[in-house]
Design a protein around this ligand. Sequence first.
Ligand code: HEC
Length: 150
Amino acid sequence: MYKVLLFLTIVTLWYACTPKQKSNVADNEKPLTDHPGYTLYKTYCIACHGGTAKPQERVAPPAFMVQKHYKSRYTNKEDFVKAVVNWINQPDSAKSLMPGAIRHFNLMPPLNLPVEQRQQIAEYLYDTRFTEPAWAQEHMRQERRRMNRQ
Ligand code: HEC
């Protein structure tokens, strides 16, 4: 028990004392309004994944966090898009890259959209450059640590 507490104290202090990395604010923070997936994304995804709600009012992780998790797993656009296309109409905890989000929000309900629409939405999710608050880097680090412990 003592060791656990000591470890937690050290981790907390380390976090408190490490200078915060500059957040990865994208140069282009505007939505890509002429992207083919923009309207579809706005219609079907933004209500839950939009970025303005306060954390305690959220019903789903913000889109930029989804993008971040998927980009860190899938290094090329094709694989990213394929995974998101499959996810939209068949969310499945076994395929999840965000198990913490499922614990927190429950599994996303499936959206029964035609494959061409899912494709455009997934491409939009890949192409958009979201503004990223400073806490996101920290959050990813904690997630990674949690995953490594499991
Ligand atoms: C009714 C609310 C809701 C809508 C609408 C919605 N989502 Fe989600 N989505 C969630 C929730 C809640 C989660 C987190 C839990 C999870 O991962 O299943 C999530 C997670 C995700 C994930 C991460 C899945 C994982 O766990 O790896 C992706 C990708 C995603 N959504 C894409 C989309 C896209 C694209 C759309 C629009 C076509 C969309 N979502 C619409 C609620 C929603």
